[in-house]
Design a protein around this ligand. Structure first.
Ligand code: HPA
Length: 239
């Protein structure tokens, strides 16, 4: 049952799919966190794997970068492969002065400069939000793990190299950080009647540009985020 961008069969994916941006990250996650991972998609090198975690069938597939890309993959997973939950596991830049490199943002809502939601012809502006159940589960898990995290709005930008504004005007609205995918993911989940959550580790701070992380620190914080996402996937099996 191939779709334009996913060559897999119905049933090849678990109820929950974890989505990093990078296909090589998807491979790394499958090899290091899943039991008996099987490659279920490799169209355009967008590797998708399904295995188990604590006995629960879980998949991991890359989203690529930006709203158009995650828009395609999450749409096909939700609407053609019966996936119920997508948890983006990404990185973001921090706008908030309480956040530092390696901290975690749980994106409760996603502002955007993109026009993904214009396709729905709504008589107003849609507010893309995370699924409340997934958000609460992730927040509980962050507390249990003792990680530094904040819950709030994120800004999904269509532009990485922006010669006009770096987006920090959004801090005046309490927006915590910037990435490039959540708003489209949340729109697709809403339209399909499914669930989505974006968990991001802070890779860089706009407030503290001098903050640097070593490769080892980045790896450790990534592992921490993966543990949180996988525990949520296990709990989400019962939703
Ligand atoms: N912009 C957009 N996405 C990002 C950034 C950024 O500065 N940092 C990490 N993801």
């Amino acid at each position: 049952m191939a779709t334009p961008h996913i060559a897999a069969e119905k049933g090849d994916f678990g109820k929950t799919v974890l989505m990093p941006g990078d296909p090589l990250r998807a491979k790394y996650i499958s090899e290091n966190f899943l039991t008996n991972p099987v490659l279920v998609n490799n169209v355009r090198g967008v590797q998708g794997y399904t295995g188990t975690y604590k006995g629960v069938k879980v998949s991991v597939m890359a989203s690529g970068m930006g709203q158009p890309s995650i828009g395609i993959y999450s749409y096909e997973l939700f609407n053609f492969f019966d996936v119920e939950n997508i948890i983006r596991v990404g990185s973001c830049g921090a706008f908030d002065s309480e956040l530092h490199a390696r901290d975690i943002i749980l994106a409760q809502g996603a502002c955007t400069n993109g026009n993904y939601a214009s396709q729905y012809n709504l008589p107003g502006t849609f507010a893309p939000i995370a699924d409340f159940n997934l958000l609460c589960m992730a927040s509980d898990e962050c507390k249990n793990e003792g990680v530094r995290y904040k819950v709030g709005n994120i800004f999904s930008s269509d532009i990485f190299y922006n010669d006009g504004s770096n987006g920090m005007e959004w801090t005046k609205m309490g927006v915590l950080g910037i990435e490039m995918e959540s708003a489209a993911l949340y729109c697709n989940a809403a339209r399909a009647g499914k669930r989505a959550l974006c968990i991001c580790t802070v890779s860089d701070s706009f407030v503290y540009p001098e903050e640097n992380t070593t490769a080892e620190e980045r790896q450790n914080s990534f592992t921490q985020m993966m543990k949180i996402a996988l525990e949520v996937a296990v709990k989400a099996e019962k939703l």
